[in-house]
Design a protein around this ligand. Structure first.
Ligand code: E4P
Length: 215
């Protein structure tokens, strides 16, 4: 499984990038709104720092507007992926971008059929939202498992991004269930480092080292 960070905050992206684990970045309109920045300028900065896919979401709701916006976003850098909502109009735009060789991430996926439609429209990535399904009492992980199975049976190479990740166990389970990528807030990436036995073990190693008499 690869890791993307789910944020438009440049400091957070730099921090995760410095660990050498980052394969890409996803943003969405809510994350960008928190930043009070020029979206295009921020995308330029992110795309120059992180060599992998950088998802930038369109705001238009009609295919024509999405295509216009998506082309502008894709022109910012070669590693921009145009993020499109899972709607009829989004799929029309997705198939246009597939013909133009522009990468796409179909977002707000909450069912296997939506994922299948997006894949057949030529999506490079689909983003099922785990946490938001869990929030309404459904099992987001079941959806990841079902999509991976369907894609494997039909030889579909669209990559599955486990999105709306809330905690580290989501990442382990999404990896086990076949998600290719987890897009994760910085907070959850940091939680992944932690294990009490690692901290305790390191403390003991250092205490033993410092207590030795010989040099
Ligand atoms: C994915 O691309 C989305 O930006 C994101 O994972 C949504 O997560 P949320 O449900 O925590 O807002």
């Amino acid at each position: 499984m690869k890791f993307f960070i789910d944020t438009a905050n440049f400091e957070e992206i730099k921090e995760a990038h410095s660990w050498g684990i980052l394969s890409g970045v996803t943003t969405n309109p809510s994350l960008v709104a928190k930043e009070n920045i020029s979206f295009h300028e921020r995308l330029k900065e992110i795309a120059a720092l992180v060599p992998g896919s950088v998802s930038a979401e369109v705001i238009s709701t009609d295919a024509e507007g999405m295509i216009r916006e998506g082309r502008e976003l894709a022109a910012i850098a070669p590693n921009i992926t145009v993020k499109l909502p899972m709607t009829e109009e989004g799929l029309k735009a997705c198939s246009t971008f597939a013909k133009e060789g522009i990468k796409t991430n179909v977002t707000l996926v909450f069912s296997a059929n939506q994922a299948l439609l997006a894949a057949r429209a030529g999506a490079s990535y689909v983003s099922p939202f785990l946490g938001r399904l869990d929030d309404i009492g459904h099992d987001g992980m079941d959806l990841i498992a079902t999509i991976s199975e369907i894609f494997a049976i039909h030889g579909i190479d669209t990559e599955i991004i486990a999105a709306s990740i809330r905690h580290p166990q989501h990442i382990t389970d999404a990896a086990l269930n076949g998600a290719h990528i987890a897009t994760t807030p910085l907070k959850v990436l940091k939680q992944m480092f932690k294990h009490p036995l690692t901290e305790k073990g390191l403390e003991a190693f250092l205490a033993d080292w410092n207590s030795r008499s010989a040099d």
